[in-house]
Design a protein around this ligand. Structure first.
Ligand code: BG6
Length: 490
């Protein structure tokens, strides 16, 4: 990595509930280590893992040390040791009082530190944890609470959580994280749209034919089957990550890059989504579930074999959404996500309309539509596909080529993980890239009738073989309209 230009944040105490869980170990702690190495985290900060297990500080430090071992290779041992010195552990049960007094005492030792309570647990513990944070008087000074998704499993449960959290923390203290908003390309979409005069005049139904958003994963559900089976791709990915991406593409220009200006515009998009319900879900949505197949060269089990029971939970969703407003009326937004697809790729593809009339002889080759491809992962970057003349003498032949800006190549920097930025934003108290309560509600309001329509239909999700692009109905969904899913993986 090149030298950082990041500014240190204020000294903080970050308490991670679910401190031994997958997210903390795989994502949060490595992200914090990176920020520490970059000099952004003051050494008077503390990072406290909390879980029910009776572990010592030392046991937990060993867990953390393993979780950062790859990153620590090549880092001077004193620096890794200095990071591990910030780490502590508390055994607490959200539903019992044991240990909470001592925990409160420990926090009170650094009254000036910003306090961050990161709830990386199942959402059914959010209310209990917040209630105890309130009753032990821990919401003091500069305190914030971070809620990991999913926030509930439908509108009613999300409202209940938000009400309970709201009893203790104000909206401005509540950071609902969607780590897709921390991805570099997503923020770059803001820069691209609103920092260039080029795109915004064309960014509407008159010039854009359709938009595709794909978040494809090669992984299966594996050890997360317990959580995932109660959730499915709609609740796990579409209701949050994919809708947030859609908002960033479709929102009106905010007046400023301030938290409420941005979130007000995103909210309007969510509220403009055309309802999908019993009347049209069969035409506009496809859900699938993987069967045994091949992933990354290896034979893999089907979803129900992993789960060891029967299930109607979808591991794939494709749908055609529409935003009913002046800018976007009639422009399809094709959204698709799934597990056990052939490659890991997340991208937004904006396809512009064809030129109104071709002046070229058919022998010049087909005239293809301009496409803007924003690649979130892997190989973050932006490509704008243009038509040019094939260089050299002879007849005029047309070629479709990308203006390609791979961020790693262009800037020579490794992109920071999304949690790095978002965790520092929480400490700074900047909620621009976090979801406001009304956004979460609007997203559930749209998603709930789709889930209900699927449940009412009684149909099982369509099977697809692991390692393929989902059920064939997902291909038909877009081909019916004369388009295809983007296949350029160059
Ligand atoms: C999480 C989902 O929010 O996002 C997971 O719960 C999914 O199921 C993950 O695998 C994808 O995140 P990323 O950053 O790896 O694309």
């Amino acid at each position: 990595m090149t030298a950082s230009s990041s500014q240190p944040v204020e000294s903080f105490d970050l308490v991670i509930y679910g401190g031994t869980g997958d997210l903390a170990v795989r994502k949060l702690l490595p992200a914090l280590f990176h920020r520490f190495l970059d000099g952004q985290i003051p050494r008077s900060s503390r990072i406290v893992g909390v879980a029910r297990a009776a572990l010592s500080h030392e046991d937990y430090r060993n867990t953390v040390s393993q979780s950062i071992s790859k990153l620590a290779a090549g880092v001077p041992a004193e620096q890794t040791a200095a990071f591990l010195d910030l780490i502590g552990y508390r055994s607490l049960d959200a539903r019992k009082d044991d240990g909470w007094d001592e925990f409160a005492q420990m926090l009170s030792e650094r009254p000036d530190n910003v306090r961050v309570f990161y709830l990386s647990t199942s959402p059914d513990l959010f209310s209990a944890i917040c209630q105890r944070l309130g009753s032990y008087g821990l919401n003091q000074g500069q305190s914030r609470v971070v809620l990991e998704k999913p926030i509930g499993h439908d509108l009613a449960s999300a409202n209940k959580i938000n009400d309970d959290v709201g009893q203790v923390f104000s909206e401005s203290q509540t950071f609902r994280i969607d780590h897709y908003l921390g991805k570099e390309t997503v923020q770059n979409l803001l820069a691209l749209r609103f920092g260039n005069a080029l795109f915004e005049p064309l960014w509407n139904a008159e010039h854009i034919e359709h938009v595709q958003i794909t978040v494809a994963e090669t992984v299966g559900v594996g050890h997360r089957a317990g959580y995932y089976d109660g959730s499915g791709a709609m609740r796990d990915m579409v209701q949050n990550h994919i809708l947030q991406l859609l908002c960033m593409v479709a929102m009106e220009p905010p007046a400023a890059l301030s938290p409420d200006a941005v979130r007000d515009e995103k909210l309007k998009v969510l509220r403009s989504l055309k309802p999908i319900d019993d009347s049209n879900a069969a035409q506009l949505t496809v859900r699938g579930q993987y069967r045994a197949g091949v992933a990354e060269g290896e034979s893999v089990k089907g979803y129900q074999d992993e789960l060891a029971s029967k299930s109607h939970t979808e591991t794939f969703v494709a749908l055609k959404a529409e935003i009913a407003n002046w800018r976007w009326a009639g422009v399809p937004f094709y959204l698709r996500t799934g597990k056990r697809l052939p490659e890991r790729v997340s991208e937004i593809v904006v396809t512009f309309r064809a030129v109104p009339h071709s002046i070229f002889d058919p022998s010049s080759g087909p005239l293809q539509q301009n496409r803007l491809v924003l690649r979130l992962q892997p190989d973050e970057g932006v490509k704008l596909w243009l038509t040019i003349k094939h260089p050299g003498p002879g007849g005029l032949r047309l070629r479709h080529v990308p203006l390609d800006m791979s961020f790693v190549e262009a800037f020579g920097v490794q992109q920071p993980d999304s949690y790095e930025r978002l965790l520092m934003d929480v400490v700074r108290g900047n909620p621009t890239l976090f979801m406001r309560r009304d956004e979460v509600e609007a997203a559930w309001l749209w998603a709930d009738p789709i889930l209900a329509a699927w449940a009412n239909s009684g149909d099982a999700p369509k099977p697809y073989t692991a390692g393929t692009w989902g059920p064939s109905a997902a291909v038909a969904l877009i081909e019916r309209d004369g388009s295809t899913w983007n296949e350029d993986t160059e």
